[in-house]
Write a protein that binds this ligand. Structure first.
Ligand code: AP5
Ligand code: MG
Ligand code: ZN
Length: 218
C-alpha cells in the first residue's frame, strides 16, 4: 500500500507519468482534473459546478475538490494505495488529504515533483490531445496516435481541452506558481519530496521516476 502525489506545472507530464506508475504498482490513479472533465462530459451537477472555473484556468473551490477526493479515497478500491495527479494543489488541500489519510491510519509516502522549463510546457500543451472516453493524453508531434483522431488506449475520440487555449494556459501557469508551488516545500519539509527532471521523452522521464521511487519495487 503506497500513496504517491505527483506535483508539477500544467503540461509537466503528471497525467502521463502518474497513469504509468499506477499501472506498474497496481494503485488507483486519482486525477482531479480527469474526474472534473468526466463529470463535464456526462453533464452532471458536479460538471456544471466546475465548468466556468476550469475554462478560466483557476482552481475549483476547495470545498468541492476536497469533498470529491475524500469520497474517492474512502471507496474500497483505494485501499490498495493511490497515485494522486493534480491534487493537492494548495496547502489547504494538502492538509485535508493528510488528515483524511491519517484517520484511516495511512499517510502520503512520496511526492514526485516533475520539473520542466516553461518553453517545454508551452510546446507540450500546444500539441496535446486528450481522449474523451479515458482521458489519456497524447501529443500531435511528440507521441502521435496510431490512428489520427483516435485514442491508442481505448479508441475514443481525441479532442483539444478548452483550457489549452493561450489565455487559459497563461492563467494556469500563474495559479500554479502562486498557489501550488508552496507544496514543494511542504513535502520537502516532511522528507517526502523526490525531484525529477521532466525534460526528455516520456520513457526517459518515466525511468527517472521509477529510479527515484526505488526502482526494484516497480
Ligand atoms: P488538470 O487536469 O490537473 O490540469 P493541469 O494541472 O493544468 O495539468 P495538465 O493536465 O494540463 O498537465 P499534465 O501535467 O497532466 O501533463 P500531461 O501528462 O497531460 O486541471 C485542470 C483544471 O481542473 C484546473 O485548472 C482546475 O480548474 C481544475 N482542477 C484540477 N484539480 C484541481 C484541484 N486539486 N483543485 C482545484 N481545481 C482543480 O502532458 C502534457 C502533454 O505533454 C501531453 O500532450 C503529453 O503527451 C506530452 N508529454 C508528457 N510528457 C512528455 C515528455 N516527457 N516529452 C514530451 N511530451 C510529453
Ligand atoms: Mg493532467
Ligand atoms: Zn482513451
Amino acid at each position: 500500500m503506497v500513496y504517491i502525489v505527483f506535483l508539477g506545472a500544467p503540461g509537466a507530464g503528471k497525467g502521463t507519468q502518474a497513469a504509468s506508475v499506477a499501472r506498474k504498482l497496481k494503485l488507483v490513479h486519482i486525477a482531479t482534473g480527469d474526474l472534473f472533465r468526466q463529470a463535464l462530459e456526462r453533464g452532471t451537477e458536479l460538471g456544471l459546478a466546475v465548468k466556468s472555473y476550469m475554462e478560466k484556468g483557476v482552481l475549483v473551490p476547495d470545498q468541492i475538490t476536497i469533498g470529491m477526493v475524500l469520497e474517492r479515497i474512502s471507496a474500497p478500491d483505494s485501499g490498495v494505495g493511490a497515485v494522486f495527479d493534480g491534487f493537492p494543489r494548495n496547502l489547504k488541500q494538502a492538509e485535508a488529504l493528510d488528515e483524511a489519510l491519517a484517520r484511516q491510519g495511512k499517510a502520503i509516502d512520496k511526492a514526485v515533483h516533475i520539473g520542466v522549463s516553461e518553453e517545454a510546457l508551452l510546446k507540450r500543451l500546444g500539441g496535446r490531445r486528450v481522449c474523451r472516453q479515458c482521458q489519456a493524453p497524447c501529443h500531435v508531434s511528440d507521441s502521435p496516435p496510431r490512428v489520427e483522431g483516435r485514442c491508442d488506449k481505448c479508441g475514443g475520440e481525441l479532442y483539444q481541452r478548452p483550457d489549452d487555449s493561450e489565455e487559459s494556459i497563461k492563467k494556469r501557469l500563474e495559479v500554479y506558481s502562486d498557489e501550488t508551488t508552496p507544496l514543494i516545500d511542504y513535502y520537502r519539509r516532511a522528507g517526502k519530496l523526490l525531484e525529477v527532471a521532466g525534460e526528455g521523452g516520456v520513457e526517459a522521464v518515466g525511468k527517472r521516476i521509477v529510479a527515484a521511487l526505488g526502482g526494484e519495487r516497480l
